[in-house]
Design a protein around this ligand. Structure first.
Ligand SMILES: Cc1cc2nc3c(=O)[nH]c(=O)nc-3n(C[C@H](O)[C@H](O)[C@H](O)COP(=O)(O)O)c2cc1C
Length: 200
């Protein structure tokens, strides 16, 4: 059975335009593959704490030497990673906020980058350990950035996912969403068609 993990990172939770595009993907995918198991994680509904030195210390501590607090940090990070490990396909809703990804998503990334678990260093350089997955990134923006040097998100998200082993990544853009209602509708309609096509 295929497992699809949807991760929303809009501050508007399920109402976000990026979340709604991810929803379209999941619904279309389910129509075509009814046996699919869907796991949903909304980072606005359940915020991942910022990474602190204390939390990062839990990642570095030897298992037998972890304090109770460190054990709970590890248990939380393990839970996020378990969902990823189970997933064959990822659908990520990623709006652009102030030229970057939402801080909620950065905190999530900070909790799933774990040496020895999601990546490891080898004599040939870093190796991602989350293999055999495909990710779809639903990138929504008020302006237009795709293909320009101002697109700080695409390379970053691709590089991060690649670092943990997810190298098959497709971006679906809905841009110009703040220009005018007509342009927004047109852009969302185009992205929705593209999303349905990819889910088919
Ligand atoms: C706090 C905030 C910051 C934003 N910063 C940018 C930005 O830097 N560039 C841009 O093109 N759009 C920006 N926008 C517009 C959003 O990218 C756009 O509305 C997007 O559709 C939001 O997706 P969401 O509805 O899934 O949250 C910003 C919106 C918010 C709320």
């Amino acid at each position: 059975m295929t497992t699809l993990l949807q991760i929303n990172s809009s501050i508007h939770a399920g109402q976000g335009q990026s979340s709604q595009l991810a929803d379209v993907f999941v619904a279309s995918f389910l129509e075509n593959n009814p046996e699919t198991q869907v796991i949903k994680r909304d980072l606005a509904d359940e915020t991942v704490p910022h990474l602190t030195a204390e939390r990062f210390g839990a990642f570095l501590a030897k298992p037998e030497e972890r304090t109770e607090t460190q054990r709970s940090v590890i248990a939380y990070s393990d839970e996020l990673i378990l969902e990823l490990t189970q997933a064959d396909i990822l659908a990520l809703g990623v709006p652009m906020y102030n030229f970057g990804i939402p801080s909620q998503l950065k905190s999530y990334f900070d909790h799933i980058a774990r040496a020895g678990i999601t990546f490891r260093y080898t004599s040939n350089g870093p190796e991602g350990l989350l293999k055999g997955k495909k990710a779809y990134v639903f990138a929504t923006r008020g302006g237009v950035y795709a293909g320009t040097v101002l697109d700080s998100q695409t390379n970053y998200v691709r590089d991060f996912l690649g670092f943990v082993g997810i190298s098959d990544v497709v971006f679906i853009y809905a841009e110009s969403l703040a220009i005018s209602p007509d342009i927004r509708e047109e852009s969302l309609a185009r992205a929705t068609v593209e999303t349905r096509r990819l889910a088919a």
